[in-house]
Design a protein around this ligand. Structure first.
Ligand SMILES: [Zn+2]
Length: 236
């Protein structure tokens, strides 16, 4: 153990036990107990079904399905979203690497575009989780990434606080795309951290489509089935 590790021990992001090795933010027992979904080229992913009535889907995938089995993964996601722990993006992308690689083997994308966050929100948190995820994946899969192509000039109401009905309505002016003639011909992969109703991804899709982008696909690290979320909310 190095001197730094002695004074600033690293804790597992799931169980919070001190970990000795420096290459991970998870202890061995937590890392080995994580439940992963398998990428199936011919299988219909539930996120695809969720998006189908809102957009025209070419490819859509989420390596982690948010179910009763994924409580540990959710702790890492919360560290990324609410606890200002940007390195959680790297941990999650590393865990999903085999599935993501299979997805990228079956589909070709020219550019990854993270779902943007409003600049005030980004300023407060210090980063945009979707952008960190997109950058991790872009590095691993050797695809270009652009966080300037799509912006969020208007603040979106906090999704977790809204009810199911309100959430599916995102004002069309929330997102703004700036697309060059050349970029219109690219296959864009929209990247987000969590997809539930699909309303945010759909709003981004329609803005890109309105600006003339020919092909838009979807990747979210997590997919939360609506019925699961309702159940969690109702549980005391
Ligand atoms: Zn642990």
């Amino acid at each position: 153990m190095g001197l730094a590790a002695l004074f600033f021990p690293k804790h597992c992001m799931i169980c919070e036990r001190i970990i000795e090795h420096s290459y991970s933010h998870l202890c061995v027992s937590c890392a080995s107990s994580i439940h992963l979904s398998i990428y199936e080229y011919n299988g219909i992913h539930p996120m695809r079904l969720q998006l189908t009535n809102q957009v025209i889907v070419e490819a859509a995938y989420a390596p982690f399905n948010n179910t009763a089995y994924s409580a540990q993964l959710i702790r890492i996601l919360h560290a990324l979203k609410y606890k200002k722990q940007p390195f959680a993006a790297k941990t999650l992308c590393a865990l999903a690497r085999p599935q993501l690689s299979a997805f990228f083997e079956h589909h070709h994308f020219d550019i990854l575009v993270p779902v943007p966050s409003h600049f005030l929100k980004k300023l407060k948190r210090g980063y945009n989780p979707a952008e960190l995820i997109a950058r991790e994946i872009a590095k691993e899969q050797r695809v270009a990434v652009s966080s300037k192509l799509l912006l969020q000039p208007k603040r979106k109401a906090a999704q977790a606080l809204n009810d199911k009905h309100q959430r599916t309505q995102i004002p069309p002016e929330t997102f703004r795309a700036k697309v060059t003639q050349k970029q219109k011909r690219l296959h864009v992969l929209l990247v987000d951290d969590v997809c539930t109703t699909g309303a945010t991804l759909a709003a981004c899709y329609w803005e890109l489509k309105n600006q003339g982008v020919e092909r838009v696909s979807f990747l979210s690290l997590f997919f939360t089935p609506l019925e699961y979320e309702v159940k969690v909310t109702l549980d005391p």
